[in-house]
Design a binder for this molecule. Structure first.
Ligand SMILES: [Zn+2]
Length: 377
């Protein structure tokens, strides 16, 4: 399976875009949400179940896979698609973000980052070139440039130095990237919450030239309004003809807001992580299945959802599973949450194609503000 990389803009509604990304292992309809499969698994889900929720691409983490089981081992076993039995597109992050958030004793210099593994303390040196090599060994359809995710908050001077280092690394990633047809390399805009730095970063990446452009360094505590402000400055500075990816975002309402601002791709651990802690996303907002109000409730979690958890089980049963710490609770709620996210993306895609995305967003907000409907009696 191999096709050329491409991005087709199918429709536009305001700044929102309906598109299609073509990759070596298939196509991705956008706007799209990518479930996170950190350690080559979307936790609690078999790959065919992930696909059945509507997901066309998953994200895997370079940092985790380079430490365990190792990129060379996965390559020898036929690459990440075969290793994890996911034949569709895969995006890998560069490892940069998680080196900063998980590894011990980090030291950054011009060459890259030296760190100790959070698993066994072993010393590693990750450079832009090595990150690209690892992502090639994994066989990812979309590789990400190795960057420094600027800590938040940062001063203007700190954010500038960090962004400029990331842009020098982006150049090195582009030079090191030599994957076969259908494999893409995305650059990542940094610059914290400073509009001039975001614009300089976007211009630097455009000058280098990437297959797609990500907005990084958000969802790190800056808040929704600051995030939207960065998108309002950054997105118009990115090429129309390339996909745009907002990294690590987010809550359903954040995704709707970012789609309205022209973002095409998303990833977040929220639906999967929440599914393992009895938190469910529904058309009426977030629901905690551990709450005692569900214990006698025969209704489905979300009557408008077609997932297995909603088709075949009551809230009372899901509550029982969650309270009992049963593995099936994680499985069913993860499946539901991923299905909810994919249904939301499908709704956005349809609304953009029909030129009614503003109405869709209003209807979404109205339903969320009504909240979860309590049982009768
Ligand atoms: Zn459901």
């Amino acid at each position: 399976m191999s096709g050329a990389f491409g991005f087709t803009l199918l429709a536009r509604d305001g700044a929102a875009r309906r598109g299609r990304v073509a990759l070596a292992h298939g196509t991705v309809e956008t706007p799209a949400f990518m479930p996170v499969g950190t350690a080559a698994t979307v936790k609690a889900m078999r790959p065919e179940e992930v696909a059945a929720t509507g997901a066309e691409i998953v994200l895997a983490n370079t940092y985790h896979l380079m430490l365990r089981p190792g990129a060379e081992r996965i390559a020898a076993l036929g690459g990440l698609h075969r290793f994890m039995n996911w034949p569709r597109p895969i995006l890998t992050d560069s490892g940069g973000f998680q080196v900063m958030s998980l590894a011990k004793l980090r030291a950054i210099d011009e060459s890259g980052v030296t760190f100790r593994s959070h698993l066994d303390g072993a010393r590693h040196h990750l450079t832009p070139e090595r990150s690209i090599e690892i992502q090639r060994l994994l066989g990812s359809d979309i590789a990400m440039a190795f960057d420094e995710c600027t800590p938040f908050p940062a001063t203007d001077a700190e954010a500038r130095a960090s962004m400029e280092l990331s842009m020098r690394w982006a150049r090195r990633c582009r030079d090191a990237f030599a994957a076969p047809a259908g494999h893409a390399l995305f650059g990542i805009v940094q610059g914290s919450v400073f509009p001039d730095l975001r614009l300089q970063s976007a211009a630097a990446l455009r000058a280098i030239g990437f297959d797609g452009y990500a907005v990084g360094g958000l969802a790190v505590g800056e808040g929704r309004e600051a995030m939207y402000a960065v998108l309002d400055v950054t997105v118009p500075a990115l090429p129309e003809a390339a996909p745009r990816y907002l990294m690590g975002v987010g809550k359903p309402e954040d995704i709707v807001g970012a789609v309205l601002r022209g973002i095409d791709l998303f990833d977040c651990v929220l639906p999967t992580r929440s599914g393992r802690t009895a938190q469910a996303f529904t058309r009426g907002g977030a629901v905690n299945l551990r709450n005692a109000r569900h214990q006698d409730d025969p209704r489905p979690l979300d009557a408008a959802c077609a997932c297995a958890a909603c088709r075949s089980y009551s809230r009372a049963y899901l509550h029982h599973l969650a309270k009992s710490g049963e593995i099936l609770a994680s499985m069913l709620l993860t499946e539901h949450n991923l299905r909810y996210y994919q249904d939301l993306m499908a709704g956005l895609r349809g609304a953009i194609a029909d030129g009614r995305v503003a109405d869709f967003a209003q209807g979404f907000a109205d339903a969320q503000s009504l909240g979860d409907i309590p049982p009768r009696g």
